[in-house]
Design a protein around this ligand. Structure first.
Ligand code: SAM
Length: 385
């Protein structure tokens, strides 16, 4: 990560340097300073970590973003504008790690208005080693497969295989599968594979299968489409049976030790141990209505007097809101506050800027999911007092 080590300097230099940099000081008894860099559409924070003999200046982790070149330029501009005495800097070196860039690696935002030229679309949730996903994609070149994983090494592994094998029909997403489904249009999927989900016996709320997930799955599946769950866990099997049975209208089949043509490393191990494997196939029985929820992540302009943000996290059954450090500027009215919120597995981390003109999230608005909307509504309530 690009950073600068500089000799201690008077922070008042920042305000005098350029209108692009605004100094903020920690509030509520906290220590620390951040600098807001603003230039037309770009805005980032820099952290100033003060030590006796030197100050460390580094991009703030929330607004950092992925582009090391831009961050280097901002740091260099900062050092120049404030005439800092640089002891050490790595902004000249090549910090761009060779990353696995791939046109097949998608972000969750790419699914906001999902459309495809492919005739059929299938999803695999938690593909792990991706043996099953790669096999299916090779067997069905006319089908688009969307592979979703939260484990980054598995994602990188699959991207390597996609490049090596020249696969053209897999899109890869590093996100919580439970949040993707609600974004997809209705009646678009042929199949959703959920093979050997983590049982989470001690934290059942983290399970992929739940009534909410299954309801969204049935909506996103075409009429006749199938959600295929395979599990080696007796507990998960019983739990899934309960979830499927609690649906108002459902048709599902259950089989034990029925084998499929390709098995994952994971399944191979259970078979060697002669463990029972259950397959539950849940079918979508009817066309579903389109269910687009209007999501809005604008923040209202707020009164800047006496705003108090709770120090304790606010935890609800399916989301949370946590306000971190607050900072204020001597030159500009208002404050900025660190805030994490949303789902427990894919929390959003943002900085909220509240000034005389407006209130907004940096570096960008939250991902458009229902839990983020709930969290955002709560944030608005808190900010509006
Ligand atoms: C036990 S492994 C099974 C992997 C693979 N399906 C197989 O059969 O070998 C479960 C996988 O699900 C992934 N996973 C767990 N929760 C997930 C979620 N909410 N969304 C997407 N992937 C998830 C894990 O990272 C892990 O790779």
């Amino acid at each position: 990560m690009p950073h600068l080590k500089v000799k201690p300097f008077s922070l008042s230099k920042i305000e005098k340097s350029s209108s692009r940099f605004t100094l903020f000081n920690a509030m509520d008894g906290h220590k620390g300073n951040v600098v807001l860099y603003e230039k037309s559409t770009d805005a980032r924070f820099l952290d100033i970590v003060q030590k006796e003999a030197e100050y460390l200046i580094k991009p703030n982790s929330i607004t950092r973003g992925a582009d090391a070149q831009t961050l280097k330029k901002i740091l260099e501009e900062f050092a120049q504008m404030c005439e800092l005495d640089v002891i050490h800097s790595n902004t000249q070196s090549n910090l761009n790690k060779p990353k696995l860039a791939s046109e097949y690696l998608k972000s969750i935002e790419d699914f906001y208005d999902f459309k495809t030229e492919f005739e059929k679309v299938k999803v695999e949730v938690g593909f792990g080693s991706a043996r099953h996903l790669l096999y299916r994609a090779a067997q069905e070149p006319e089908t688009l497969f969307i592979g979703i994983e939260i484990h980054t090494p598995s994602i990188n592994q699959l991207l390597k295989q996609i490049a090596l094998q020249g696969v053209k029909n897999i899109l890869v997403l590093n996100y919580d599968a439970r949040l993707l489904l609600e974004m997809l249009p209705s009646n678009v999927l042929e199949t959703i594979y959920v093979h050997f989900p983590v049982p989470w016996d001690k934290k059942p709320h983290r399970r992929v299968i739940s009534t909410a997930f299954v309801t969204q799955a049935l909506r996103a599946l075409k009429k006749g489409g199938k959600l295929e769950l395979r599990t080696d866990s007796d507990n998960y099997y019983v739990y899934a049976l309960e979830v499927f049975s609690s649906l108002l209208k459902a048709e599902f089949t259950v089989s034990k030790n029925s084998y499929i043509e390709v098995i994952s490393k994971y399944e191979e191990r259970w078979r060697r141990m002669e463990k029972d494997i259950y397959t539950l196939s849940l079918y979508s029985l009817e066309e579903s209505k389109e269910e687009r929820m209007e999501l809005n992540f604008d923040l209202d302009k707020i009164s800047l007097e006496d705003i108090k943000v709770p120090r304790e996290s606010i935890v609800k059954s399916d989301f949370f809101v946590h306000f971190g450090k607050r900072f204020k500027s001597d030159s500009k009215k208002g404050f900025v506050v660190e805030c994490s919120f949303g789902s427990f597995t894919m929390p959003e981390k943002k900085i909220i800027v509240a000034n005389e003109e407006k209130c907004y999230y940096l570096p960008s608005k939250p991902v458009k999911t229902r839990v983020n909307q709930k969290a955002h509504n709560l944030i608005k309530e808190v900010l509006n007092g």
